[in-house]
Ligand binder design. Structure first.
Ligand code: TXA
Ligand code: MG
Length: 349
């Protein structure tokens, strides 16, 4: 299939392009569009065939459920069977925005969306393009990240094209995503609401409005617990080359990474380094360097992390040594993605 490609302004989206996207979605087609987090691959939540095509285009396992995107609150009441108190509180505080809530599902939600679970994931994005696309389609829009399954999520239209050109009807290019990691997924069906995936809305932000918030123990690589969010059990967010992640004090990481880089390059391996801006002029010249931003600005690191991971695919390295960052605020989401990209191959220094 030919994929139609349109550039579109994120501040004043062209109504004709939005209408065209709406028409494609209404007739069961697939449209990739930007959100504030990452690009999404959208289909009508009420058309089973279209939903199956999402799994097909992404190569996604069918037991991994989809998030339904809405652009007005009434739709939330239509999709949820009941609204837990915690869901009311956090959606009031953080919607529209990078927050997804898991709530009991209503009869309107199709089984293909939830993979047979009795809950549904709902998100109200703040991106203007995303909101307008959803309104033009006049239905909730199921939208996973617009990447091939297992690859780093796309934060630009070029990354979507790399993975899905020829497999979907349309790509809207609204520029780079601002947040750069996916939404925070919070299960509101448990007595204490639980973070299933750290993301744009941080643990600290959630605890400012809720008395208690748990973090799914399955998110911690050391634990034997099985993640509650089906999507978190797969190796994920990964560039083509294997990633080895370092965690610990900054100067110790620095020593360990340098030593490891020298050792690998001594074995004739082409080494990629994924490190902070602060190190960029002082590392040994044995490696292909990509920097993810300054340690003083974790927001910048989040917005660049997937792009930098993808950039290694064009540099054909044999192994990537990645620096870990502080697990605070948005840093928790960054570290979660890095650990998954590393398939939990972590060296603690
Ligand atoms: O920021 C985002 O959330 C992006 C943009 C496009 O909105 N979307 C996104 O979707 O990241 P996706 O499909 O890549 O990730 C959805 C995550 C998966 O880990 C999935 O397992 C989880 O949400 N999920 C969906 N429904 C669920 C449910 N009922 N219970 C538990 N986890 C669920
Ligand atoms: Mg994804």
């Amino acid at each position: 299939m030919d994929t139609v490609f349109h550039k579109i302004s994120s501040l004043t989206p062209d109504p004709l392009v939005i209408a065209e996207a709406g028409t494609i979605l209404k007739r069961g087609g697939l449209v990739a569009f930007p959100t504030e987090t990452v690009y999404g691959l959208g289909a009508s939540a009420y058309q089973e065939e279209a939903l199956r095509n999402i799994y097909q285009a992404k190569g996604r396992p069918s037991d991994n459920p989809l998030i339904l995107h809405i652009a007005e609150l009434d739709t939330f009441y239509e999709l949820a069977k009941t609204l837990p108190e915690s869901a009311k509180i956090i959606t009031a505080a953080f919607w529209p925005g990078p927050l997804t809530v898991i709530v009991p599902r209503s009869e309107r939600v199709l089984d293909v969306v939830t993979g047979g679970l009795d809950t549904v994931a709902v998100r109200f994005p703040s991106s203007l393009i995303a909101q307008q696309v959803i309104r033009a389609a006049q239905v909730p829009i199921a939208a996973p990240s617009a990447n091939r399954s297992g690859r780093p999520s796309p934060t630009s239209a070029a990354a979507v094209k790399e993975d899905l050109d020829g497999k979907i009807d349309m790509i809207l290019d609204g520029g780079d995503c601002t947040i750069g990691v996916e939404s925070t997924v919070v299960d509101c069906t448990t007595t204490v609401p639980t973070i299933l995936r750290p993301g744009g809305i941080t643990y600290e932000m959630l605890t400012a409005v809720l008395k208690r918030v748990d973090i799914d123990p399955g998110l911690n690589g050391d634990s034997l617990a099985i993640p509650k969010s089906p999507g978190m059990k797969y190796r994920h967010y990964a560039p083509v080359a294997p990633v080895l992640l370092f965690e610990g004090a900054v100067d110790k990481q620095r020593q360990a990474i340098e030593k490891q880089a020298m050792a690998y390059s001594g074995q004739g391996k082409k080494v990629g380094l994924l490190v902070c801006d602060e190190w960029q002029y002082s590392l040994p010249p044995v490696a292909v360097l990509a920097t993810f931003g300054s340690l003083t600005r974790p927001q910048d690191i989040a917005s660049r992390i997937f792009r930098v991971l993808r950039s290694f695919d064009h540099k054909t390295v044999d192994i990537i040594l990645a620096q870990g960052i502080d697990e605070q605020g948005i840093g928790r989401a960054v570290m979660n993605r890095l650990r998954k990209a590393a398939g939990h191959q972590v060296i603690k220094v």
